[in-house]
Design a protein around this ligand. Structure first.
Ligand code: GDP
Ligand code: IMO
Ligand code: MG
Length: 425
């Protein structure tokens, strides 16, 4: 933690690395937690005191009192989903009206954006991205094409603005030949209810707020959603999300100068997963992949979809470390590999033309991973609390990853619970 700086925590793979858990673990050290991009496509899981929570639009610092949680301008927000999420949290005894501030400049996901998401996916046919269906792409498209509706709009002549945007979307859907509007009216009613509900929260100019907080010496943690390989510029395009998930996204998504960024925490799983379509060089289609999926409970937190599983890809991770300027690594879910005789790590790719490379190529489709095999540690580490307890083979694995990525691993997570976390000295 650096005074006058924000620290950024983000995923280095294809999402679901365990960001929610670690933000929750780190929250006691910070005064403010801020989300800077993405929306309800995210599903961030937290477990503590025997309970499990999944957050989608609300920052993962929300469970700890005395903190400010900010939804920044870079986030896209669906009022109906936000309302459901917030009400659930309030019901479970976590008050948020005082703790949560929402940027006026965050864009709204309209019900028609979700229909457009479905329609575009259908139009892509076999090339579909496998989106979460939450309207993320169409909402960011409207933002960039200067057609968006923002949170600040709900406070002024909203009905008219909404109707104009809806009419435009309906025209687009007609052009696509889309006719399935089942349940639309009900969704729209809940959405409008969500808009009214949102008015009870602090709707703020979050760029001013965050910079004033920084000036007054408050510490800020920025919570990324998705992962670097889903970044719209640097990910496995076009199989990506529609925002900048990388560290630079924290600057544009909150209004922070690049010189204000302090630590960059990069989160990785000890293996790798992906949900949705697109290339995944180290994907396993055999029993080993299935074993990882079963032991890691690799099913989507938002959609329940099966996550594709594979070995850790150090070529891909080195790229992510570079793009984000990662200063510290956090390794998640190594407990899932506790029972493996050998562990593999991809250290180079063989390209379709036969060449090998250790740099992430433009096209990931068709590359073959070249592996280094390391001995497994064969020990149940889920109750370990100190790195001194780690078996030698695990220490060797950590050292190998650190050397390859030229970045220290500072935190190791050994289970889903807040307490199953080892901070290294
Ligand atoms: P996020 O989107 O990056 O916040 O990650 P998700 O919540 O989508 O997925 C991570 C999953 O792994 C959740 O079910 C977590 O409860 C779980 N998890 C987090 N850390 C660990 C860990 O160290 N070991 C195990 N076994 N599970 C973990
Ligand atoms: P968290 O924050 C994993 C994937 C989708 C799809 C692609 C585009 O929990 O790590 P979108 O709905 O964003 O247009 O879908 O991105 N995707 C995620 N995968 N974790 C996420 O979030 C994701 N958010 C989007 O599966 O392949
Ligand atoms: Mg997730």
């Amino acid at each position: 933690m650096n005074t006058g700086k924000v620290d950024v925590l983000l995923g280095l793979q294809w999402g679901d690395e365990g960001k929610g858990k670690i933000v929750d673990v780190l929250t006691p050290k910070y005064d403010v937690v801020a989300r800077f991009q993405g929306g309800p496509n995210a599903g961030h899981t937290l477990e503590f005191e025997g309970k499990k929570y999944v957050l989608r639009s609300i920052p993962s610092g929300i469970f700890q009192g005395g903190k400010v949680n900010i939804i920044g301008n870079g986030v896209v927000l669906a009022p109906d989903l936000f309302m459901n999420e917030a009400k659930e949290l309030e019901k479970s005894g976590h008050p948020l009206k005082e703790r949560l501030h929402i940027s006026r400049k965050a864009h709204l996901i309209m019900p028609t954006h979700r229909v457009l998401d479905r329609a575009y996916e259908a139009a892509k046919g076999k090339d579909k991205v496998g989106t979460t269906g939450k309207g993320i792409g169409p909402t960011y498209t409207d933002k960039i094409s200067r057609n968006g509706l923002r949170v600040g709009d709900i406070l002024d002549h909203f009905e008219e603005k909404y109707a104009a945007h809806k009419a435009r979307h309906m025209q687009m859907l007609a052009n696509l030949g889309w006719t399935d509007f089942s349940g639309f009216e009900e969704v729209e009613n809940t959405w409008m209810e969500g808009v009214e509900y949102m008015k009870q929260f602090h709707i703020v100019d979050s760029e001013h707020e965050i910079n004033n907080l920084l000036k007054s010496g408050k510490s800020i943690l920025c919570e990324g959603a998705q992962g670097t390989m889903l970044d719209v510029d640097f990910g496995s395009y076009p199989f990506v999300t529609s925002s900048n998930t990388i560290c630079a996204g924290a600057c544009t998504g909150l209004g922070i100068g690049p010189n204000r960024v302090g630590n960059v925490y990069g989160i990785m799983k000890a293996y790798c997963t992906r949900v949705g379509a697109g290339p995944f060089p180290t994907e396993l289609f055999d029993d080993t992949g299935k074993k990882i999926r079963d032991l890691g409970h690799e099913y989507g937190a938002v959609t329940g979809r099966e996550r594709r599983c594979g070995w850790v890809d150090l070529v891909q991770l080195r790229y992510s470390v570079m793009i984000n300027g990662v200063t510290e690594l956090i390794m998640m879910k190594s407990d899932v590999l506790d029972d493996f005789d050998t562990i593999k790590a991809c250290v180079a790719y063989r390209l379709p033309n036969g060449d090998t490379t250790t740099e992430l190529p433009y096209e990931l489709e068709g590359v073959e991973p070249i592996y280094r095999e390391l001995p497994g540690w064969k020990a149940d580490m889920t109750a370990f609390t100190d790195e001194a307890q780690f078996p030698k083979a695990f220490k060797d694995y950590i050292k190998f990853v650190e050397d390859f990525l030229e970045t220290p691993i500072k935190i190791i997570s050994l289970g889903p619970d807040r307490d199953q976390t080892v901070v290294r000295q």
